[in-house]
Design a protein around this ligand. Structure first.
Ligand code: NAG
Length: 288
């Protein structure tokens, strides 16, 4: 096999493999139905759900990182955190009055950042009856959980809300968190709702990034200069052809000058070198 062939083969396989490896994880960017969504301005975010269970209160924290794995802290013991590589996770803890238990009561990983083959994240666009974009439905698959080994998954509905960045936190009793817990069904499907402007078809207050089609002044200058030269050569040749019956090299306008150009340049260079050497040498011009 010639080296060029194997090179192009390896290039081809790289190109073929690329989309597959980027498909496997939700990295904050998605495309559905021709609409591109970018949630990379969002960060790891949580919502806490309280549940009275006399005499205790269960506080469940649902956390999602829209751009990667949930961060692992060195200050908390491993058993009290979501396993490394989790993207959507719940941790619940019992509270007695205003005192939390030392350890967590339950951890459920709903979505893994690196998904297994065949369980890549799924994206569905949500529209109203008038086809207006309401947001993006992202489904992330996770590991099995519990005695019944039920496969967990998280449906995150990113809803367009021009007023919200999506990072608004919980403030007591104000229901202000832009992330909401909706349901946990069949011990396997978690649904969250996340209101953010990044789920809108056109993100408010963001100037669209300059598209690659917008050329700088310099590029235009070169293109126009090139076109002008081309037009001059073509028109000149046409004129020479019709008016003077020129053929071959003579077609080009100023063909004599063009033909002489190499000599002219050589001559010019020689003079320049001579002048330079002349002024450099102390004696000035030497007599021939
Ligand atoms: C979101 O996607 C899941 C499957 O991935 C589907 O079951 C659910 O109905 C979808 N929800 C909406 C509102 O489109």
């Amino acid at each position: 096999m010639r080296p060029t062939t194997s090179l192009s083969l390896s290039l081809l396989s790289t190109l073929l493999l690329l989309p597959i490896s980027t498909l496997a994880a939700f990295t904050g960017q998605a495309e559905a139905d021709g609409v591109k969504f970018d949630f990379t301005q969002l960060k790891q975010h949580s919502v806490i759900v309280e549940h009275k269970q006399d005499p205790t209160v269960v506080k469940s924290t649902y956390t999602i990182n829209p751009v990667g794995k949930i961060e692992v802290s060195n200050e908390v013991s491993k058993e009290d955190q979501c396993p490394d590589g989790t993207q959507v996770c719940m941790i619940s803890r019992l509270w007695h009055g205003d005192k939390p238990d030392d350890h967590v009561a339950q951890i459920i990983p709903f979505g893994s950042f690196e998904s297994e083959k065949g369980s890549e994240p799924e994206y569905t666009i949500m529209r109203d009856a008038d086809k207006k974009v309401l947001g993006l439905n992202v489904t992330i698959h996770g590991p099995e959980y519990g005695e019944k080994k039920l496969k967990q998954s998280a449906i995150v509905k990113f809803l367009c809300d021009p007023e919200k960045t999506g990072l608004e936190p919980d403030t007591d009793g104000k229901d202000s968190n832009s992330l909401k817990f909706v349901s946990y069904e069949g011990d396997q499907t978690l649904t969250l709702e996340w209101r953010t402007k990044y789920a809108c078809e056109k993100v408010p207050g963001e100037t669209p990034a300059p598209s690659q089609g917008s050329w700088g002044f310099f590029t235009w200058f070169i293109v126009i200069a090139f076109l002008a030269v081309a037009a001059y050569l073509i028109f000149g040749s046409w004129l020479n052809y019709n008016k003077y019956g020129a053929r071959g090299w003579d077609l080009l306008p100023h063909s004599d000058t063009l033909r002489d150009l190499p000599y002219l340049i050589k001559d010019f260079l020689r003079r320049a070198v001579n002048t330079f050497q002349g002024s450099g040498g102390r004696g000035g011009y030497s007599a021939i």
